[in-house]
Each structure stands twice: as structure tokens, then as C-alpha cells.
Design a binder for this molecule. Structure first.
Ligand SMILES: NC(=O)c1ccc[n+]([C@@H]2O[C@H](COP(=O)([O-])OP(=O)(O)OC[C@H]3O[C@@H](n4cnc5c(N)ncnc54)[C@H](OP(=O)(O)O)[C@@H]3O)[C@@H](O)[C@H]2O)c1
Length: 320
């Protein structure tokens, strides 16, 4: 049996539960393709899963009930699939599906429930391909850039799907410097909105560089006075990250304005999402923001960094 390098999570806990290991290289079944992974990312979601933390669940008994639900869904004592990781960019090495993908194609993806991207290889089923979890990566993107646009990009597209943003409308992105926020700013700009980005002062230049028209510092108590009325507000960092400014935002919608949080319900991926991201990137309308990169072997340090909750954009793991 051929072997591959992977990182295993055999119990819930702090980043030091992650173990570098050699495991059997997966063999694609009749309806699967094998992808050689070049890059993956440590996302905020990976940290929540590894630590069995549920966003927004702080109090008894809601917290315990939600943790129970999470255990049923992902594994009672430990993650059912010990290899974590949601996103990837890589190359198709073998293909037993009837899909349009060919051996040698460079692809990127958001794996949904199957995860397992903290490894050198991963099998992708025909069903996952059909549901839009994999697409040809943007031609002008490196594997690292493709990995950096997929997590925030897909989440932002999903949670902005009902925003119906029109040219000239005002959009506020709360938590604009994370992976989702960076993507949401760029999508809102693509639709012609005037974008206000809420982040801390150290990230003002970053969010302006990807298109934010105005910036507000969530750590400044007086900044509430800077809020206007918005047609759409996105909480891009979820329910675990808040501030008095975030609470005030909720009351600053126009008459028919909409508010959405990335923690309202679960993401459902659509085939159009990765295709849209590819088009945005290839036409120069979407930038990949990479904060730091780590090797797969050093992924524990990446988890420690992401868990602090202050990454700017994305933290990439170089697998090759
Ligand atoms: N519903 C779903 O299906 C689903 C799926 C996946 C993820 N999610 C949600 O998406 C979240 C991940 O988002 P992400 O990866 O974009 O986040 P992230 O990258 O972890 O966010 C990091 C950014 O948050 C900023 N931040 C920290 N505390 C803040 C606060 N109190 N107010 C405003 N900004 C703050 C930090 O900036 P500073 O350093 O300036 O503080 C940093 O740049 C997850 O935590 C989860 O809640 C939902």
C-alpha cells in the first residue's frame, strides 16, 4: 500500500491534538477522482471543529445541546474523519468519474462534509463534483492564491445571495479583515455598492486596497456616530466576535435593508460559486489576501495563530 503524509486530529481539543502522520494513500473508487493537493488553508471553521466550539453558543443549556448536535454530525468522541481541512488547490492525478475533468487538470475546491485536505491526496466523488465543490482553478492563480479565494469567497457568495445589491447602494461589512470580509467587500464592489468596512485601524489600508470606500474602527467607542443607513449589512466574522459597534449596526438598515450573518444557518454550495470566483479572479476583480503561510508539518502553529482570531484574510498551508 502506498503511503502519504497527512495531519490527523484524533480527539477534540487545542492545536496540540494535531499529529503529523504517514497514512495509506487513498485509492479512488469507481465514481471518484484522486487529487494531489498542493495547498490548503487553516480556516476559522477548522479551529471551531478541532476544538468542538459552536459559534454563538455561550450559555447552558444551549451550548451543551449544540455541542451534542455537533458531535452527532461530525463524530461523538473524535472527528469521524480524522483528517481535517475544508479547502484545497491541486491537480487531478487519477479520474474514474464521467465528469469533464481530465488527469492533469489544476482544480480548486471547498469540500463540504468530506473535508480531509490536510493531506497530500484526497478522493473527490462524482457527486461532490456535480454539486460544485470542485472547479478548474483560475488560470492566473497560484495554488496558494486559489486556496485563499475559495473559503471566504464561497461563504460570502452564499451569505450575500439574497442581498440583491444594486449600483450605488450602501453596504456595510462587519469584520472586514477576515477571510469572509475580504471576499464580501470585493463582491459588493463588483455589484457597484459603496462599501463601508468595519475592522480595527491596523487593517484600514488592507481593506481600502481591495476596494472599501469608507472604514470604521470597531474598537473605537465613538465610531458609532460614523454609521449611516445601509441597504445591506453582513456580519462576516460570526457570532463569537462582537462589539458595541456591531450591536449598533443592526439598527442602521434602510427601510427594506437586509442583515445577514455568516453564522445564520449552514452553507449550501452551488456549482456557480467556484465558477464566479474563477471569473472574478481571472478578470482582475478579486484579490487573494494571504496573511501567512506554513508547511503541512507545521500546521499546529497555523492553528494556534488562526485561533487567536486576528488573521488578515487567509492562512495557507503548503502541502508540496
Ligand atoms: N454558517 C456556516 O456554514 C459557516 C461556515 C464556515 C464559517 N462560518 C463562520 O465564519 C467565521 C469565519 O470567518 P473568517 O474566517 O472570515 O473569520 P476570521 O478570518 O477568523 O476573522 C479574523 C478577523 O476578525 C477580526 N476580528 C476579530 N475580532 C473582531 C471583532 N470583535 N469585531 C470585528 N472584527 C473582529 C480580526 O481583525 P482584528 O485583528 O482587527 O480584530 C481578523 O482580521 C467562522 O468563525 C464562523 O463563525 C460559518
Amino acid at each position: 500500500m502506498k503511503k502519504m503524509k497527512a495531519v490527523l486530529c484524533k480527539k477534540y481539543g487545542k492545536p496540540n491534538v494535531l499529529r503529523w502522520a504517514e497514512v495509506n494513500k487513498p485509492i479512488p473508487k469507481a465514481d471518484e477522482a484522486l487529487v494531489k493537493i498542493y495547498a490548503t488553508a487553516v480556516t476559522a471553521s477548522d479551529c471551531l471543529l478541532r476544538g468542538l466550539n459552536v459559534p454563538g453558543a455561550h450559555y447552558f443549556p444551549i451550548k451543551q445541546l449544540m455541542k451534542f448536535g455537533m458531535r452527532v454530525f461530525i463524530g461523538f468522541k473524535r472527528p469521524r474523519n480524522p483528517i481535517l481541512g475544508l479547502v484545497f488547490s491541486g491537480v487531478i492525478e487519477d479520474n474514474n468519474t464521467n465528469s469533464n475533468f481530465n488527469i492533469g487538470d489544476e482544480v480548486f475546491g471547498f469540500t463540504g462534509v468530506s473535508r480531509a485536505t490536510y493531506a497530500e491526496y484526497k478522493c473527490i466523488s462524482a457527486k461532490e463534483m456535480e454539486s460544485g465543490e470542485v472547479a478548474l482553478k483560475p488560470k492566473n492563480a497560484s495554488h496558494q492564491e486559489a486556496t485563499a479565494i475559495v473559503y471566504g469567497g464561497v461563504l460570502a457568495l452564499y451569505f450575500m445571495r439574497n442581498a440583491n445589491i444594486k449600483i450605488g447602494q450602501k453596504v456595510l461589512i462587519y469584520g472586514a479583515s477576515g477571510a469572509n470580509g475580504i471576499a464580501a467587500i470585493q463582491i459588493a464592489k463588483h455589484h457597484g455598492a459603496t462599501v463601508t468596512a468595519v475592522c480595527s485601524q491596523k487593517n484600514f489600508e488592507l481593506v481600502k486596497s481591495i476596494g472599501a470606500d469608507q472604514v470604521i474602527d470597531y474598537t473605537n467607542k465613538k465610531a458609532v456616530n460614523k454609521l449611516e443607513k445601509y441597504n445591506f449589512i453582513l456580519d462576516a466574522v460570526g457570532k463569537n466576535k462582537t462589539s458595541p459597534l456591531k450591536i449598533a449596526c443592526k439598527h442602521r438598515l434602510t427601510l427594506n435593508g437586509r442583515y445577514a450573518s455568516v453564522d445564520d444557518g449552514f452553507l449550501k454550495i452551488k456549482p456557480s460559486y467556484l465558477l464566479k470566483l474563477t471569473t472574478y479572479f481571472e478578470t482582475g476583480n478579486f484579490k487573494a489576501v494571504i496573511d501567512k503561510s506554513f508547511s503541512l508539518k507545521n500546521i499546529k502553529a497555523a492553528h494556534e495563530y488562526v485561533e487567536k482570531g486576528h488573521k488578515r484574510g487567509n492562512v495557507i498551508i503548503n502541502v508540496v
